[in-house]
Design a protein around this ligand. Sequence first.
Ligand code: PMP
Length: 295
Amino acid sequence: MSVLPFDQRDGFIWMNGVLTPWRDAKLHVLSHGLHYASCVFEGERAYGGQIFKSTQHSERFRKSAEFLDFEIPYSVAELDEAKRLTVEKNGLTDCYVRPVAWRGSEMMAVAAQHATINVAIAVWDWPSMFDTNEKMKGIRLDIADYRRPDPQTAPCHSKAAGLYMICTISKHRAERKGYADALMLDWQGRVAECTGANVFFSKDGVLHTPIADCFLDGITRNTVIELARRRGIEVVQRRIMPEELASFEECFICGTGAEVTPVSEAGPYTFTPGKISRTLIEDYALEVNPKKRAA
Ligand code: PMP
């Protein structure tokens, strides 16, 4: 891959309150966050210079840290302002925004009660894929071997780095088999979500999506539910077993990165991206665009 490595770019990364030259935004190899996964992050997008639902992301960021027993030393308002400043300082308008918080180097054992909490915010170019016709071909999903963990075994509502270990493994396995991503079941064998996005299905004009009781209740997922309801499309959140996928007509995934992306296959099940997917791709594109929203 010829993508410029992320540590060899130019620009500024907000680090513990200071806009730092990109290449100098480093941490020590002995960091608790790296060794023990005491690390949480966010994934956001700015459209037309405005971060979509910035405050909700800042709130979730602080909540994610609380689940991991640490407090982010900046308020929601301070985080919102820091993100806005970082986007502006890097001269970007349409970009991805990545806040990350981790325990530092003061203690290097399981317990790290007195480790400092570090916070950084980076932004980079990541064009959204709003070529609807291209998207309407749909992506192909593998079914992951790993399952979303039981809420009694992991802080499953935190956007915690450690929870992504099984996502990376599942996505790698899927890509090696020629799939775009993997659909993950949960600890009870129910359909849960993809490795970095939530999932919806349609049948007879009604949308169905799994209850977010053991995985991330995405900000995009909630936006899509709201957009569908505005259109008068009924949305049912319920237990969905994999065998039932044979009876659905459309399927799409959604997340800050994926936006709304139709699915043509999930393991042995096939779907035909159609009217509901197209409508929600278009409604989402309007919803995130500050100019179109104001119009
Ligand atoms: N599930 C997982 C595992 C994710 O990583 C993401 C992306 N943050 C989502 C769902 C969707 O969340 P959001 O819509 O808030 O980006």
